[in-house]
Design a protein around this ligand. Structure first.
Ligand code: B12
Length: 495
């Protein structure tokens, strides 16, 4: 059996990092972990190939080769996924679809032959068994959440790793918190299900054996969902694994209560975590109460961020406007908060309602769902009829992005962050692409760019005050270029 795994193209968004990736000559952020995991669950004797349309093209020969196309996507890849499916149909190749897009809205894909929805650990074996018997059904779905102790090491070797800026691994699924807008608890539940330390080490060994020394992103919904297992088992194993190795900086996603646990922060940093993405959402306490984001309430959010920066981790943050409790003053409050926090990569989104979430059900009852969901909450669109006037909301939102990604405020945030950041030493792996990126940044940002004055000021400031943080300063300057480009492009396109 010949299986072609296909991952549709992402639009040019905040999260694509497309304009920043050019500096290091990479084509995409990370290989598609869902498909590579599914590939490892298929019979070993089957031939498998991966075509990630973010790094390469899908040719007629690819389709002619395949007995089945396995496709995965997020909602944001909806249109690109439709194109792939149409091409498969033209070529007469049956399509098997899974992943978050199809789990959320399979009914709108009549051309797909088989849906293997939810988590493949449960649904894929059922499909494969039926396929072998010649009795395959069209839809396999489950309301259960599998344990992931048996999930195999993903087949990273199917991906052309040179094309990617980072690699994803996953330790856990699910999040114990219950924020009403979050798609995660709807898709993956509230009980954190974890892999064992042995599984994670086997995955890292595999990545290392493939020659990877770049960044590794732990794509957990909340990495600290099971602190006990982390402290007693997983982090000690990661600390031991890291000894004598260079590169492989770790980053992850987690909740703000990490700031309350000095021991956990210290262990994470020792294990090699240098950046964490945290859902901060809003400095407006009424909005935090509205969406049940209790873990963010009753604390000084800036101080919590600084504690993580002091421990040695860069904090990236997600922010949202458009809650019912947001007044027009929220836009300026968000700007001031983001500046003060030194969160350089601030992903500010308009509140959207994903199907299956508590927010979606509430708004459906209130008759407040409007147009189709884009699935990208930073494209300036929303499927919610807001309480605030929609034009005030859109303009206020746009204004936040223009302000925080203007060279002045953006570079100010870099210095605020570098002042607070106290990284632990991690043996760097010198990739010549990073040196070239420095020179590309000199040309693009320091000579051609509108931000050149700020760029050179940052050079001077960093070299005088924090010379050891010079690589981080340049990396952040390059991200700023991407964010600004996306804002500029978005102006013409946003709904
Ligand atoms: C890593 C990640 C990213 C990476 C993607 C890197 C990459 N190339 O893959 C980055 C940071 C770029 C990213 C960005 C975004 N992401 Co994202 N991301 C994730 C995250 C945290 C992990 C994905 C992952 O690798 N999981 C591990 C694998 C093993 O799980 P999986 O892919 O779900 O696969 C399993 C099953 O779904 C199934 N399966 C999957 N595919 C297939 C295919 C077949 C054929 C079969 C049989 C089975 C199957 O089997 C697998 C094993 O069980 C998820 C949350 C999550 N826990 O899944 C969100 C998630 C996928 N992202 C989401 C969103 C919304 C986004 C953004 C739009 C953010 C935003 N602005 O709001 C952007 C869009 C990207 C862009 N460029 O525009 C949503 C998607 C919701 C939806 N219904 O579509 C999720 C679910 C998070 C959430 N809040 O709900 N993301």
């Amino acid at each position: 059996m010949k299986i072609l795994m296909v991952y549709p193209e992402f639009p040019d968004t905040f999260w694509s990092f497309k304009h920043a990736l050019k500096f290091i000559r990479k084509k995409a952020f990370a290989p598609p972990l869902g498909l590579l995991t599914v590939a490892a669950m298929l019979p070993a004797a089957w031939e498998k190939r991966l075509v990630d349309l973010n790094v390469t093209r899908l040719t007629q020969q690819d389709l002619a080769w395949a007995d089945y196309v396995f496709i995965s996507a997020m909602i944001v890849q909806r249109e690109a996924a439709r194109d792939v499916i149409a091409r498969c149909k033209e070529a007469g190749v049956p399509v098997v679809a899974g992943g978050p897009l199809f789990t959320s809205e399979h009914a709108s894909f009549p051309q797909v032959d088989y849906f293997v929805l939810n988590e493949a650990e449960i649904t894929l074996p059922l499909f494969l068994a039926d396929l072998e018997r010649g009795t395959a059904q069209r839809i396999y779905a489950t309301a259960e959440y599998p344990e992931i102790h048996q999930t195999p090491v993903p087949l990273w070797e199917l991906a052309d790793l040179k094309q990617y800026a980072s690699i994803s691994v996953q330790f856990s699924r699910g999040c114990p918190f219950d924020c009403d807008f979050c798609n995660i608890t709807a898709l993956l539940g509230r009980r954190p299900r974890t892999k064992t330390a042995a599984q994670i080490i086997a995955e890292l060994d595999r990545i290392y054996a493939l020659g990877w020394r770049g960044p590794v992103f732990f794509v957990d919904d909340n990495f600290i969902g099971n602190k006990k297992q982390l402290k007693s088992e997983v982090l000690p194993a990661l600390i031991a694994w890291r000894r004598g190795k260079s590169g492989l900086r770790f980053s992850t996603e987690l909740s703000i209560n990490l700031a309350d646990d000095e021991e956990l922060m210290s262990m994470m940093v020792e294990a090699g975590f240098t950046a964490v993405f945290v859902g901060i959402e809003t400095p407006n306490d009424a909005s935090l109460a509205e969406c049940s984001k209790y873990q963010n309430r009753g604390r000084d959010l800036v101080e919590s961020v600084q504690r993580m920066q002091h421990a040695g981790m860069q904090v990236q943050g997600g922010f949202i406007v458009g809650f019912d409790s947001d007044a027009p003053s929220i836009f300026q409050r968000q700007i001031e908060f983001i500046q003060k926090s030194g969160i350089v990569s601030a992903m500010v989104g308009l509140l959207q309602a994903f199907p299956g979430t508590r927010l979606y059900h509430r708004l459906e009852k209130e008759g407040r769902l409007s147009n189709e969901l884009s699935g990208d909450n930073v494209d300036g669109s929303t499927n919610i009829v807001p309480k605030m006037d929609i034009d005030v909301l859109r303009n206020g939102y746009k204004n936040i992005l223009h302000q925080i990604y203007s060279p002045k405020l953006y570079y100010e945030r870099i210095t605020t962050f570098l002042r607070e950041y106290r990284p632990r030493k991690i043996r760097v792996h010198l990739d010549p692409q990073y040196l070239l990126a420095l020179w590309r940044s000199v040309y693009q940002l320091g000579i051609k760019g509108a931000e050149r004055v700020y760029y050179w000021k940052l050079w001077l400031w960093t070299l005088f005050h924090k010379p050891q943080l010079f690589p981080q300063a340049i990396e952040l300057a390059i991200y700023g270029y991407h964010f600004r480009r996306v804002c500029e492009l978005g102006d013409g396109q946003r709904r």
